[in-house]
Design a protein around this ligand. Structure first.
Ligand code: SAM
Ligand code: SF4
Length: 334
């Protein structure tokens, strides 16, 4: 097989979007992401160095990757985050980042220099006490200020909101109100099951429920369906008179696997062909041995399943025996 097809899986899906987790550390402890008891951190020698991250990313770019997202853990807590961002910025791809926003003010110049245009910030509540409770820390105002700073500095800002029943589903229309005068995209994300995150079906706020809630506040004629970008995981909408927009990411009730173009690299150098996959391919050991990682990339991609790592129906997807074999989200990189 020629290298140009190496990122194609058995179902003809071409993978041109690489998500790299650069750390398992975080300055927050979101309940749906980080297990209460914490996670067993990978010893530093087993984590990718900046050189190794750039080397693996370059291999993927040479194979056809044109978009890279940095994630974690919290990517901005890594000591050499600035160096990594700047070096990846030189690869000529669409570079983006998902962050909790706390350290954003220290990185504005770095983002600009690296050519980053869009930043995703996670914020699950607009109520201080609730935000601080779900993150188990006290950074509500800091994150609010970071969002305003990014808007002032002319970045496209997307706000990731994981919806959890009886916690923040009563804030759906408050988040939409935020789009009235702020040019942000609010992204409602269905709560997904991972190891140690206390997921159960009753906490899920589905795409259908989200839209019902929006329709209880806005007339159907005011809710515009926007065109989704190719491979977009989000269904995009806008309230006609609002500056910003909103979207729903329905990985649980409406998976978008048929157009999936994502591949993930964990901080310890393992390739995951699906967020929900338990099987991983270590690229790092082979890279360190000075051998080619191309056969491993091919092997990993070609074994990608059609739908959610084989959990193609609700029973399998919601089975704790299956999802608890996966990593916690903090160690995958969402
Ligand atoms: N620390 C950064 C942040 O919070 O934005 C980046 C890493 S975080 C794991 C990436 C995204 O995954 C965040 O937007 C977070 O809300 C989302 N996430 C984490 N656990 C999730 C879950 N169980 N279901 C849905 N989304 C989740
Ligand atoms: Fe940290 Fe992000 Fe996970 Fe929250 S969602 S614990 S900020 S990695």
């Amino acid at each position: 097989m020629g290298n140009s097809n190496l990122l194609q899986d058995a179902f003809g899906r071409k993978h041109d979007y690489l998500r790299i987790s650069i750390t398992e550390h975080c300055n927050l402890r979101c309940t749906y992401c980080m297990p209460e008891e914490g996670i067993k951190l990978t010893p530093k020698p087993h984590l990718m160095t900046a050189d190794e991250i750039v080397s693996i990313a370059r291999t993927f770019v040479n194979l056809g990757v044109n978009k890279i997202r940095l994630t974690g853990g919290e990517p901005l807590v890594r000591k050499d985050a600035k160096e990594i961002i700047l070096r990846l910025g030189e690869l000529g791809v669409n570079l983006t980042i998902t962050t909790n926003g706390i350290l954003v003010p220290n990185f504005i110049e770095t983002f600009k220099q690296a050519g980053i245009k869009t930043i995703n910030i996670s914020i699950d509540s607009l109520v201080k006490d609730k935000f601080n409770a779900i993150t188990r820390r006290g950074y509500f105002e800091t994150v609010q200020k970071s969002i305003d700073l990014l808007l002032k500095k002319k970045f496209n800002v997307k706000l990731n909101v994981v919806l959890i029943k009886s916690f923040n589903n009563n804030e759906i229309n408050d988040f939409i109100s935020l789009t009235k005068n702020k040019k942000v995209q609010v992204r409602f994300i269905e709560f997904m099951p991972f190891s140690g995150n206390q997921w159960d079906q009753s906490k899920l706020v589905s795409y259908a429920e989200i839209m019902e809630t929006v329709q209880s506040e806005y007339a159907i004629s005011e809710i515009q369906r926007l065109e989704d970008a190719p491979n977009d995981t989000a269904k995009n909408f806008k309230i006609a008179s609002h500056m910003g927009s909103f979207a729903v990411i329905s990985s649980v009730t409406n998976p978008f696997c048929s157009t999936c173009n994502r591949i993930r690299l964990t901080a310890d150098g393992k390739l995951k062909n699906c967020l929900f996959s338990n099987s991983e391919t270590s690229l790092l050991e082979t890279l360190r041995a000075g051998e080619s990682i191309l056969p491993l990339i091919h092997q990993n991609l070609i074994s990608k399943m059609a739908v959610r790592a084989g959990m193609d129906d609700d029973l399998k997807f919601q089975n704790p025996e299956l999802f608890s074999q996966n990593r916690s989200m903090i160690a995958i990189g969402g």
